[in-house]
Design a protein around this ligand. Structure first.
Ligand SMILES: Nc1nc2c(c(=O)[nH]1)N[C@H]1C(S)=C(S)[C@@H](COP(=O)(O)OP(=O)(O)OC[C@H]3O[C@@H](n4cnc5c(=O)[nH]c(N)nc54)[C@H](O)[C@@H]3O)O[C@H]1N2
Ligand SMILES: Nc1nc2c(c(=O)[nH]1)N[C@H]1C(S)=C(S)[C@@H](COP(=O)(O)OP(=O)(O)OC[C@H]3O[C@@H](n4cnc5c(=O)[nH]c(N)nc54)[C@H](O)[C@@H]3O)O[C@H]1N2
Ligand SMILES: [Mo]
Length: 858
């Protein structure tokens, strides 16, 4: 897999996960055939059943008794037909998407300010800016290709970077200023900025007068909220000098882009946070011109396409919504859909609540894993298991597919054919290069096949994705005299050949009107009066308060090399190597206060549930705050999904849940034993207090542990070997019953698996055992002896924990290179290639160089 150097969004650069896509094309875990109640079925039978169950629920309980929960993994064409089926033909707006957990606050903020969900700028602005403000965004890990573009510009023209994040993330490594604000205090910080700009005459009076409304009220509320820098500093938990420095920099720099992501969106006040940011850009007229503007960066491959077709329950289609009667009539006429939904539907959290209460009788989940990614996930799981009829379309087995009455095999990346939109409004094609395996089918095809069976054949008789795309483009232009900026009218007649060869382009792409790359530079906005709206916001009390029972604030988010619920990245050894176990980051003082050290097992609980994870003592963490990655599902650990802890409290405007903060209690889990199982088998062990697993060359490494005393732990762990004949086992038991080592030997005499059990912290090194798994060579007498004695036969030149996932370079190799004289990230790059692809490990390489330097100085 290589990037396309001509693609204008990344110029051929890929992140670690993109580079590893080729390693995810195997069929392990793929769903290859439809299943009904766990047994294999053919497509006709499965589709007939889905159509019949949905039709019956609608006939008996009305259209609002069914729902779709869809995803930004879908292509625009898939999304379009799912939305059309639910809103146009079933006649309910109960279709919502995982973008509710991701982008909904940005959508709501854009609509309040601009009248339409528009990202005004383009990625080039990041390079043309003199100041880049990154707030609530760990860009270095989550948008590494864009981040490297910013850093390149910074080297060339000295762009200043300000990072606003309660954690000191890798993104903060190369910044001029890091504001480690208290969680949830962003509105105060940006209100303070607005007040500061107004107080010091740094606003653009012409732009405010000609292009906006509501400035005076917003500025007055900001002034009341944030009357002084001292007040802001106190409220945000920052040093006054840092706040002052940020405000001065912003005030003085015309070319400023403010980039924001989940630290802003995933909040009980996410929409207000978005508007507090936009207010500052409107006040300075810094919008839509080169190098400036508020900029929401999205996450999923096609989160934006979903917003365009109307995948959110409160949107209708093509940027029209339910507030506008004429718009509903217009879409109804265009679709020839008299039964069209006339009011908004249930948003994700409410949708699963309705499922739990039995109000939703039939639910179809497509391309998302809510059993892991929704907040209060145990309630979501209970709802799924109670629901009368659950359909899941996915490419792999997940924690959610376990609840499927009907499981449908969808085509995956590399097999799908259609379009996506990125954060800068750029449409790109996704083209297939392998046929779908087994009986997998494109999502749009599956949805249309069900629609036809429900009696809507005329409206869903598409033969190709291009046909769907043309209709989507035509709807965006239908009776659109420029009042909706989302207009793809120029693409409504695209031929099959043009669609096949479509080169990436920004919308709007109207048929007759002028085509623009950036929007709003003219001071005209898609509101009724053509003016942008300042939204008066005030800093509300944060949704959570820590207390004696739950004394820490838990933040959740992403790791560098994992993608969401790990359905693909989790089985790629080099992507698992940097952070192999689920771990909670704690400030050293918070860890010490709980008698926890690095690598200990911790028990985390909130009012919604509990999980177990290792402790990682991290200086980047502020006191009183903990951070847990969102990634570990039940496929990779016994119980470590962040969703089990997260709160279902939502933002009142966007319905987006507060995924970034929940009060948590973290205590030591007193373990009596620990074990490691190195195996070729794909297992999900049961009966253990804790396990997690890591993909390695040739199989998996399982870490296990329990609260039982070691002798009982040995008995429990040995059950994992029940599958093997006794004469195939090499076993060692120490006399006191505190340690056990064993290996299972295959027909060829090679090690099929190895199990080591000991008291916690007493496990022998296992790198060499893992290497035996990959070699598949018969065990020598020396190996056998070493295995039973728990000592590696020869010192292994282990590469150590992987730092550069793109080129598989480990910490030991880096340390040797530093010792041998490599004294810069660039020198390391030329020597080992590490850090020269996506660049997201550069900050870690830098800290290894610094550590080497410090050691040399001692
Ligand atoms: N490696 C990787 N990259 C990804 C993904 C992935 O799974 N893995 N997923 C993609 C998707 S779908 C998305 S949506 C994006 C998300 O990309 P990001 O939003 O950058 O990622 P997160 O780690 O969720 O959160 C960003 C930061 O918000 C900070 N934060 C928490 N609370 C607050 C607060 O109150 N205020 C401020 N200012 N900051 C706060 C967190 O500490 C965290 O560092 O990433 C995309 N890219
Ligand atoms: N605690 C906490 N929770 C979070 C977040 C957080 O920061 N903290 N972030 C939230 C955010 S921003 C997001 S985007 C969500 C992501 O959460 P999910 O959407 O649950 O995450 P994924 O693992 O990407 O799930 C996508 C599923 O779609 C399948 N899939 C991939 N391609 C296709 C396809 O073409 N068709 C079909 N039918 N299936 C496909 C994959 O196999 C996978 O099972 O998590 C949210 N939840
Ligand atoms: Mo997301």
């Amino acid at each position: 897999v290589r990037g396309d150097p001509d693609h204008p969004a990344n110029f051929g650069k890929l992140c670690s996960k993109g580079s590893a896509l080729g390693e995810t094309l195997g069929l392990e875990g793929r769903v290859l055939q439809p299943e009904i109640g766990g047994r294999q079925a053919d497509w006709d039978e499965a589709l007939d059943l889905v159509a019949a169950k949905f039709s019956r629920a609608i006939a008996e309980h009305g259209p609002d008794s069914v729902a779709f929960y869809v995803s930004g993994q879908l292509l625009t064409e898939d999304y379009y037909v799912a939305n059309k089926l639910m809103k146009g033909f079933i006649g309910s707006a109960n279709i919502d998407t995982n973008s509710r957990l991701c982008m909904a606050s940005s959508v709501a903020g854009h609509r309040r300010a601009f009248g339409e969900d528009i990202v005004p700028g383009v990625y080039e602005d990041f390079e043309q800016a003199d100041l880049v403000v990154l707030t609530g965004s760990n860009t270095a890990w989550c948008h590494p290709v864009l981040y490297q573009r910013m850093l390149a510009a910074r080297r060339e023209r000295g762009t200043r970077i300000v990072v606003i994040d309660p954690r000191r993330t890798a993104t903060a490594d190369e910044c001029d200023l890091h504001l480690g604000l208290d969680p949830g205090t962003d509105v105060l910080l940006f209100n303070g900025l607005l007040a500061h700009l107004a107080r010091n005459g740094k606003t653009d009076a012409d732009f405010i007068r000609n292009g906006t409304s509501g400035f005076d009220a917003a500025a007055a509320l900001a002034e009341a909220d944030a009357p002084s820098i001292a007040r802001v500093a106190k409220g945000c938990g920052l040093a006054a000098a840092d706040v002052q420095a940020f405000y001065d920099l912003f005030a003085a720099t015309e070319r400023t882009v403010t980039i924001y992501s989940q630290g802003v969106n995933q909040s009980a006040h996410g929409t207000d946070k978005v508007n507090a940011i936009i207010n500052c850009h409107l006040a300075t007229g810094r919008i839509g011109r080169p190098g400036m503007g508020p900029f929401s960066v999205t996450g999923q491959p096609n989160a934006m396409g979903g917003r365009e077709v109307g995948g959110l329950a409160n949107q209708l289609a093509a940027h029209m919504d339910f507030a506008d009667q004429a718009g509903i009539d217009r879409v109804s006429r265009f679709w020839k859909a008299p039964n069209i939904a006339r009011r908004g539907g249930l948003k994700a959290v409410d949708m699963f609540q309705a499922v739990a209460e039995g109000r939703i009788k039939a639910l179809w989940v497509m391309g998302t894993n809510p059993a892991v990614s929704m907040p209060d996930a145990s309630r979501v799981r209970a709802a799924l298991s109670k629901c009368d009829f659950v359909v899941v379309s996915d490419v792999t087995r997940t924690d959610t597919t376990r609840y499927a009455d009907v499981l449908l095999p969808a085509a995956a990346w590399g097999e799908k054919d259609g379009t996506v939109t990125n954060s800068e409004r750029r449409l790109s094609r996704q083209r297939p290069f392998v046929p779908p395996p087994g009986e997998a089918k494109a999502d749009w095809r599956i949805i249309c096949d069900v629609a036809i069976r429900m009696g809507f054949g005329d409206a869903f008789a598409y033969q190709t994705p291009a046909e769907i795309f043309r209709e989507h483009a035509a709807l965006s232009a239908f009776e659109n005299d420029g009042e909706r900026l989302f207009d793809l009218g120029g693409l409504a007649d695209l031929s099959e050949a043009d669609y096949a060869g479509f080169a990436p382009r920004h919308w709007p792409l109207p048929e007759r009107r002028e085509q623009r790359t950036r929007l709003f530079a003219d001071g005209r906005f898609p509101t009724p009066d053509g003016r942008a709206r300042f939204v008066s916001v005030r800093q509300e009390a944060t949704a959570f308060t820590v207390d004696a029972d739950y004394p820490l604030a838990l933040n959740t988010g992403r790791l560098r090399d994992q993608w969401h619920t790990m359905t693909r990245t989790g089985s790629v050894p080099r992507l698992m190597a940097n952070a192999p176990e689920p771990a909670v980051d704690l400030h050293p003082a918070d860890a010490a206060a709980r008698n926890l050290k690095d690598g200990d097992l911790a028990h985390l609980s909130t009012r919604f549930g509990f999980v177990r994870a290792r402790v990682r003592v991290a200086d980047a963490q502020r006191r009183g705050q903990a951070f847990l990655p969102m990634h570990w599902s039940g496929h990779f650990a016994a119980r470590a999904a962040a969703g089990l802890l997260s709160s279902p409290v939502t933002d009142p405007h966007s319905g987006q849940p507060e995924l970034k903060h929940v009060p948590v209690r973290i205590v030591r889990e007193e373990t009596g034993w620990a074990a490691v199982l190195i195996t070729r088998r794909d297992l999900r062990p049961t009966g253990f207090v804790h396990w997690s697993r890591q993909a390695v060359e040739g199989g998996w490494v399982y870490e296990l542990g329990g609260t039982e005393p070691p002798d009982q732990g040995i008995l429990l762990a040995r059950k994992l070997f029940d599958a093997f004949r006794r004469d195939r086992l090499l076993e060692y038991n120490d006399r006191r019953g505190r340690a056990y080592r064993a290996a299972a030997i295959d027909e060829g005499g090679a090690m099929a698996e190895a199990l080591l059990v000991a008291a916690p912290d007493q496990l022998p090194m296992r790198d060499w055992l893992v290497s035996l798994l990959a070699t598949r060579e018969p065990l020598s007498a020396v190996d056998r002896h070493a295995l039973l004695s728990g000592r590696s036969p020869a010192p292994m030149p282990a590469i150590g924990r992987v730092v550069c996932a793109c080129f598989h370079v480990g910490v030991n190799q880096l340390a040797s290179a530093v010792a041998a004289g490599c004294d810069s990230v660039e020198a390391i790059g030329s020597a080992l290639r590490a850090g020269t692809n996506c660049g997201s490990c550069r900050s870690e390489i830098r800290s290894i160089i610094d550590a080497g330097r410090a050691q040399a100085a001692e």
